[in-house]
Design a protein around this ligand. Sequence first.
Ligand code: SF4
Length: 347
Amino acid sequence: MQEISLNRCDKCGSEAKVHLPYGPHRLCAQHFNEFFEHRVRKTMRTNRMVKYGEKVAVGVSGGKDSMVTLHMLNKVFGETWQNRIEAIMIDEGIRGYRDKAIEIAEEYCTAHSIPYNVVSMEDELGISTEQAMRRIHEAQGSMGATCSYCGVFRRQMLNRTARETGAQKLATGHNMDDEVQSIAMNVFSGDFTRLARIGEVAGGVKSAKLVPRIKPLYETPEKDIIAYAALNGIRHYSDECCPYSWMAKRNMYRKTLNDLENAVPGTKHSILASFRKLKPALRMLESNRSSAITECAQCGEASNSGTCASCRQMEKLMEMRGNKAPIRPKILKKDGALTCSQTKSVG
Ligand code: SF4
């Protein structure tokens, strides 16, 4: 009888380096890389993420997901030279965290001749995440929902910078785990408008101000990304987490879903597959209900109400300061309405 070794690659019989709980598969480094890259290419191809000749901006934080996304896109497009990529790094101004991560991302871009932009939240908005958190703490005695401020500003800055660089798509490092968490969070909070908008090509709404967001790692579990980065020596920031991330509601969902996945392997794949079946119906339902995307009356960015989420958050921060003086003096229009300045390009 043939002996089945748990430490042998299913494909070639050499030493297995990665054990995938779903499948299950045992793969050597070479066959794992092939499997991983094939899945990312397939995700991009079947979802028609990028068209011939399009420029793709890549949102890079310096963490494993965005570094692997950047690496994969550089690899895929480097083979044909039919598409260009440009990295965008948002510096939220969280010292000892984002500065270190950006350094790693800059190093990769320089080594691979990828143009990049570092956009400072403090320069652009007049306030960094750290300063905003201090203000919230002083006003409320607690930090509250940190990420709801920081994340809103960061998303808008990423979109605007991508648009200003002339990109037709904005790639982010969201992986399968992130998507499954977002699905669960929106289901549990009953936010079907947001639920209808998430997916491999996020948005579902068209606006000249919005660069469509694509997620090449949409079908890739987080653990596979960690393994791929390690096997391929892709340097990424992996020290301390963001000092404010412990407050994120997402953490609870991450833990619960990981527990479920450990108890019943394949759960995350099933949630994603169920969501994909439901999505066409959800989008149809929400297209009748959701309001059209217009421009924010204050900053001119895309918004589904008179004032965009970023300006609304900024107004809250201004109120906390106890006066009406604007926080973002650099982007003030003469009449007091806000406009957006150009981002600085250091690449
Ligand atoms: Fe900002 Fe939250 Fe991310 Fe920290 S974890 S960088 S506060 S969005």
